[in-house]
Design a protein around this ligand. Structure first.
Ligand code: ASP
Length: 342
């Protein structure tokens, strides 16, 4: 859990973001091979027809995976699974899937969940050695009577179902971990939680039939305590979807997102008339208001949301959060609006 003020040592080092500003000429920074049209960017907007949004820079490639499904009339559920599998398989990604960083004891433990707008959902947490936790989460949803499997039980289920295994941590990550251990002898019992050492992929989508789905997958906080699970695999915290209203997903300090059932809060606010942008903003404000015991410096959380009409929006507590958007008109990587700066 989030501890008192002294328990978190936070690095203020910013990651490098690809920024699109209208003035910068957005086309020049889109990765080649992706959509030919770059949307004029906005932290909120509306799409007609299929749409997919996902968290962070890696969302561009993930959206591409989802778009392959959506553009052929496939379901939002297949799209989000296909989309986040791209990120899970990306060995250069240090916060999702096979290339993820381990916990403080050297184990890569993966968390994922998937939800369809008809309220079906599945989740896995604290899962080791399986290449695509999102597919296991979907299998939990479709092939069991349960919503969530964790740890050895989740792994046993994945193996029984024939899911691909993978060796983790990969060599490069293991080397970094060994360095980290040398440098952090004092912190070994109390992990140094660094907000730069994470970046979940959360994805939400609407298909041509207007059905919604979402997926969320992560290796969680780097060098977390063994056994720690964040918001990402928790339905209502890291992800929530309701065809009657909309969908939302979260990234950032999972402990804070769980406190306010973040993604569910966003969807419920939309149910009561908030726009996706306003709902994301209100959820961030809720988190701030519920953390009077916490040094807010470094408490980064971000939400993206989509309503059933195709309106989308995003908001984060601190600057630095961005999301990738794909519609029939093109794509964009968009900086979210935020409450405060580092
Ligand atoms: N929310 C994730 C977690 O707490 C981390 C992240 O979004 O980057 O595990």
């Amino acid at each position: 859990m989030v501890g008192g003020r002294s328990t978190l040592v936070l690095s203020m080092k910013r990651r490098q973001f690809i920024r699109f500003g209208a003035a910068l000429g957005a086309l020049s920074v889109v990765k080649p091979g992706q959509a030919s049209t770059v949307l004029s960017q906005s932290f909120q907007g509306k799409a007609s027809g299929p749409i997919v949004l996902s968290t962070w820079n890696h969302g561009l490639a993930a959206n591409e995976g989802a778009w392959k499904v959506l553009k052929n009339g496939g379901s939002a559920l297949d799209a989000v699974q296909n989309g986040v599998m791209v990120t899970e398989a990306d060995l250069s990604n240090r916060s999702v899937g096979v290339g993820g960083r381990p916990d403080r004891d050297g184990h890569v433990t993966l968390d994922a969940c998937i939800m369809s707008g008809d309220s079906r959902c599945g989740s896995v947490a604290f899962l080791e050695g399986i290449a695509h936790p999102i597919s296991v989460a979907r299998a939990v949803m479709e092939r069991t009577q349960h919503v969530m499997l964790v740890g050895d039980g989740a792994r046993q289920f994945a193996l029984e179902q024939g899911f691909e295994t993978a060796k983790m941590p990969i060599d490069e990550v293991k080397k970094d971990y060994q360095e980290w251990r040398k440098m952090n002898k004092d912190l070994f019992k109390k992990p140094n939680i660094n907000h730069e050492n994470h970046d979940t992929i959360g994805m939400i989508a609407m298909d041509a039939e207007g059905k919604l789905a979402g997926a969320c997958t992560t290796s969680g906080w780097a060098y977390k305590m063994h056994g720690r699970v964040g918001d990402s695999p928790i339905i209502g915290a890291g992800l929530f979807v309701d065809d009657q209203v909309g969908a939302a997903t979260a990234t950032g300090l999972g402990e804070a997102i769980i406190r306010v059932a973040g993604s569910h809060t966003v969807v419920e606010l939309m149910r009561h008339g908030y726009s996706p942008f306003d709902a994301c903003k209100e959820a961030c404000m809720r988190i701030i208001s519920k953390h009077s015991d916490f040094d807010l410096k470094g408490l980064q959380c971000g939400f993206i949301a989509l309503d059933k009409e195709g309106n989308y929006g995003a908001y984060s507590i601190y600057n630095g959060f961005n999301f990738a958007l794909r519609t029939t008109e093109g794509e964009a990587l968009i900086d979210a609006k935020f409450d405060r700066s580092w």
